[in-house]
Design a protein. Structure first.
Length: 495
């Protein structure tokens, strides 16, 4: 029978008189012994069944693995045991093997043949008891043996850190010596990268209220929240309080001394020749070089000192009877933008006055026209259209003659499988529909050619390119697996 050496178990002994004094020493090869005994009327690590069999209890035995053997010593009396007189002994295997494996689900009984004839049953013994003096008594006789030892002295810790018993230094420290620090453990492996955090918000600062304070006040600046823009970026207004300067003083001319009337006339002529920047009450407005109060014309300041030029701004509307055309000179020639209504389209924008370069609205549709071929670009490589809403598919040019191949792409299947597909809503509240897509940040490291960054730092993703590359990569893997299956089937058939 196999028993795990770490398990507790029980063993039945039979075939002998186990009421006599005995010691049974159980052990494996080179192992410590485990003793079951019946000495002085006490059974240790065992007990006697009513049917005469002995149950040996191996609890916390600490026996090592090996074949379990037993050396049995029998004594006629307890006095023989204490005097070292062994009357009979026996040594044999128990039939149990202590192993490191599992314990068999079975029971085993060891039969020990008798080595001597059983004598007649003696008179019942007297059970010892504890008297009032705490000694062991047998019947009416005091044995003089204390049933309970005296209380020992409680040790204490002295100022030197040693144990003291009854005020005497034992020389034994109460605390062990500090051991040396162990070697540093090996560095643990780095944890996985956390998920990308949400995009930060860019605050927008605008000038709010500017107020004038009293001259003795300190300048103030305050920041007031002003909601968010369409992208969810927080807006703030900067409010300024600027102290007013102190009042100036006016100088009065008390006396003017003129030697003659001609001096007065000369002074007046010199004053008129000084080109004043204001119109006098005696002159008309046309003779002034600067308006006393400046004005604004189409978003530009006008004070009469210079002509207006440049772009118009803050213009609500322009009404006219004829055509509106503008000419702007660029490097290499002139470009004319004209807005008119010509036969064939409702509103046309023509460059250079030619119908060969037209951008027109026809029957509610926006259509570019360039000679006889449609090869115009919408946006530029670094400045792309942000959102296009279409019903039909968008055709992309894919002629191999127009391409210089850089590298061939294959996506690992686990990369495709790990992509998170989710439904979402745009933070731009004007777009109400729920969309389906994934993260451009995830695909940026896998297929960077399909990810673009606009001038504001936002990423866009070519879903069709990623879908094409993923589909072909999956198809390749399926073909390779199919070839492997065919190869395995052919080997199985041959065998």
């Amino acid at each position: 029978m196999n028993v795990n050496y770490k398990s507790d178990f029980k063993l039945l002994e039979s075939g002998c008189d186990f009421s006599v004094p005995f010691t049974f020493e159980y052990r494996t090869v080179f192992g410590r012994e485990y003793v079951a005994s019946h000495i002085d009327g006490f059974y240790t690590n065992c007990y006697l069944h009513s049917d005469g069999r002995l149950m040996v209890c191996f609890d916390d035995h600490n026996l090592p693995p090996g074949i379990l053997t037993c050396t049995r010593h029998f004594y006629l009396t307890d006095e023989d045991f204490h005097n070292g007189i062994c009357n009979l002994w026996d040594k044999r295997d128990t039939g149990i093997i202590l192993t490191i494996g599992k314990t068999d689900n079975c029971e085993i009984e060891v039969e020990v043949p008798p080595f001597y004839n059983k004598g007649s049953k003696g008179d019942p013994g007297i059970t010892p008891h504890i008297g009032e003096n705490y000694n062991w008594w047998i019947g009416e006789e005091d044995t003089g043996v204390l049933a309970k030892g005296q209380n020992g002295s409680t040790p204490s810790i002295g100022n030197n850190g040693n144990w003291y018993i009854n005020g005497e230094d034992t020389g034994k420290p109460s605390q062990g010596v500090q051991g040396e620090n162990g070697a540093n453990g090996a560095d643990g492996t780095n944890g996985k990268d956390g998920a990308d955090g949400e995009d930060g918000k860019t605050p927008i600062l605008e000038i709010g209220q500017v107020s004038t304070l009293s001259p003795d006040s300190l300048a103030t600046v305050s920041l007031t929240p002003d909601g968010t823009d369409l992208q969810g970026n927080p807006k703030y207004q900067l409010n300024f309080g600027i102290p007013k300067g102190e009042n100036g003083t006016s100088e009065e001319i008390d006396n003017i001394t003129l030697s003659s009337l001609s001096d007065l006339n000369q002074s007046w002529e010199n004053l008129l020749k000084s080109e004043p920047d204001f119109a006098t009450t005696s002159s008309n407005v046309a003779s002034a070089t600067k308006l006393q109060i400046g004005r604004s014309i189409w978003g530009q300041n006008f004070d009469g000192t210079k002509s207006l030029s440049g772009d118009m701004s803050n213009v609500s509307s322009i009404s006219m009877d004829g055509n509106l055309s503008g000419v702007k000179t660029l490097t290499g020639g002139n470009v004319t933008l004209s807005i008119d209504s010509s036969p064939g389209y409702n509103i046309g924008f023509r460059l250079g006055g030619s119908q060969n370069n037209a951008f027109c609205l026809i029957d509610g549709g926006l259509q570019p026209y360039y000679n006889s071929r449609n090869a115009l670009n919408f946006g530029a490589p670094d400045t792309r259209w942000k959102t296009i809403y279409v019903v039909n598919a968008v055709d992309a040019s894919s002629d191999i003659r127009l391409k210089d191949i850089c590298t061939y792409i294959n996506i690992e299947l686990d990369k495709i499988a790990q992509a998170k597909i989710f439904s979402y809503k745009w933070k731009d509240k004007r777009i109400k529909d729920i969309q389906i897509g994934c993260s451009a940040q995830y695909w940026k490291d896998i297929i960077p050619e399909a990810i673009k960054e606009d001038c504001e730092g936002y990423l866009s993703m070519a879903y069709d390119r990623i879908a094409l590359a993923s589909a072909i990569s999956i198809a390749r893997e399926v073909v390779n697996l199919n070839k492997k299956l065919i190869n395995i089937e052919s080997k199985i058939i041959k065998n």
